[in-house]
Design a protein around this ligand. Structure first.
Ligand code: ADP
Length: 391
């Protein structure tokens, strides 16, 4: 089946057209600066050159029409559309076919992720309207964590408040963690039972996966919780929020922006939110960058053990996403802190650069350590195939 995967943001729209059987990517790209000046579509066919197509994109509807026109030239029929939805809230334990009802649910839970869900719901509606013959599927990033045990998802807030406002740990990156489990299971021929999946990108989260089920994860009500990220704080004492307002004089929105966009590696390093820049500066002796990297690895190792505890054991860990797949320095930094637990990696294997799943631990390591390039798009496409049937 040929599936068009769409990942819509408020001013951007990423797409990928791929085949579920072969995993072959026919085309992919990103419509950027939608509703702003200087909009364009970056498009790539197969392994070809990236092209930049300058087009006016006043709204998402225009962007989608352009994308379908571009894809006509690829000459591969689209059999169905999969939509990444950031927040499935209290409605989606798994992916679901788009109907009036499920679309309304995506909008109903949007206050939990206002920057994403409204745009995603609008895009789903536009696709149904423009291409009524194509089925659409909602793939929420939270679905994988929906059935975590209650002791993992419940917060110790007054029950009536928490339940009334649907406050709980929803987590994120669920589609990626689910793919990482699948790839790790296949690579180890089923020898992986209790996996700590480490999705370390500009957004970063860990997931404890026992027999394919999410048992706990580090992101919470929103993606702000857990690990230190590119520009997000990760976990801080929640009272910091009141203190910043009462004593610092910041408004709620200013605190929101500070903690989501101006903190994390960016704030600690004073250089960049990108781990490549930080690694380079740290190597050149920048003390703040060295501290930023050390803190990133410290928190990561600490929370890996929290995930292991939630499964009462672990046999495998997998590094994934931009940092996890590419930075041997961060991988080594994290594993070094876990050496006392019997985690041992081979420095040469750790330095190998490859797009394949690979093992970097030594034969005598107590924990199997893997690098797994994630593929959320393929996971989404497989869900579309499951729900809409093979064509
Ligand atoms: P997201 O999808 O959340 O934007 P990615 O998974 O693409 O994030 O990861 C982006 C981050 O990965 C970048 O900010 C950068 O820090 C890191 N990264 C990407 N490539 C490399 C590399 N070769 N070495 C070190 N870090 C890298």
């Amino acid at each position: 089946m040929n599936v068009l995967v769409i990942n819509a943001g408020s001013s951007s729209l990423k797409y990928q057209l791929l085949n579920t059987e072969a995993g072959q990517v026919y085309a992919k790209g990103n419509a950027e600066r939608i509703g702003i000046d200087d909009s364009f579509i970056g498009h790539q066919e197969g392994d070809g050159e990236k092209e930049k197509l300058v087009v006016e994109l006043p709204d998402h509807r225009t962007a989608i029409k352009h994308i379908f026109e571009i894809l006509e030239k690829v000459d591969v029929p689209v059999d169905g559309i999969g939509h990444r939805v950031v927040q499935g809230g209290w409605y989606f334990p798994e992916s679901a076919v788009v109907t009036d009802e499920t679309l309304a649910e995506v909008r109903e839970v949007a206050p939990l992720a206002p920057l994403h869900n409204y745009a995603e719901a609008d895009v789903i509606e536009i696709c149904r309207d423009l291409y009524p013959d194509l089925g659409n599927v909602i793939v929420p990033d939270t679905a994988f964590h929906y059935n975590m045990p209650e002791h993992a998802w419940r917060y110790a807030l007054p029950r009536d408040v928490a339940d009334g406002l649907h406050i709980r740990k929803y987590g994120a990156h669920g589609t990626s963690h689910r793919y990482i489990w699948k790839a790790a299971s296949e690579f180890t021929n089923g020898a992986c039972h209790k996996l700590v999946s480490c999705h370390l990108g500009s957004g970063a989260s860990l997931c404890a996966i026992d027999g394919g089920k999410s048992m706990d994860t580090t992101m919470g009500l929103t993606p702000l919780d857990g690990l230190i990220m590119g520009t997000r704080t990760g976990t801080v004492d929640p009272a910091t929020v009141f203190y910043l307002q009462r004593v610092g004089g910041y408004t709620v929105d200013e605190v929101d922006t500070m903690m989501n966009k101006q903190s994390g590696l960016l704030a600690l390093s004073g250089v960049s939110s990108d781990s490549r820049d930080i690694e380079e500066a740290a190597e050149a002796g920048d003390k703040n960058c060295q501290m930023a990297m050390d803190m990133f690895c410290y928190r990561c190792a600490q929370l890996i053990l929290e995930m292991a505890q939630s499964m009462e054991g672990w046999d495998t860990m997998a590094f994934s996403a931009g940092i996890g797949e590419n930075s041997d320095v961060i991988r080594a930094g994290v594993c070094e802190k876990l050496a006392w637990m019997g985690v041992k990696i081979d420095p040469e294997l750790n330095k190998v650069r490859s797009g394949d799943v690979r093992r970097i631990s030594t034969p005598d390591s107590k924990i199997d350590v893997l690098v797994v390039p994630t593929n959320e798009e393929l996971m989404i496409a497989l869900d579309v195939e499951d729900l809409l049937g093979d064509k």
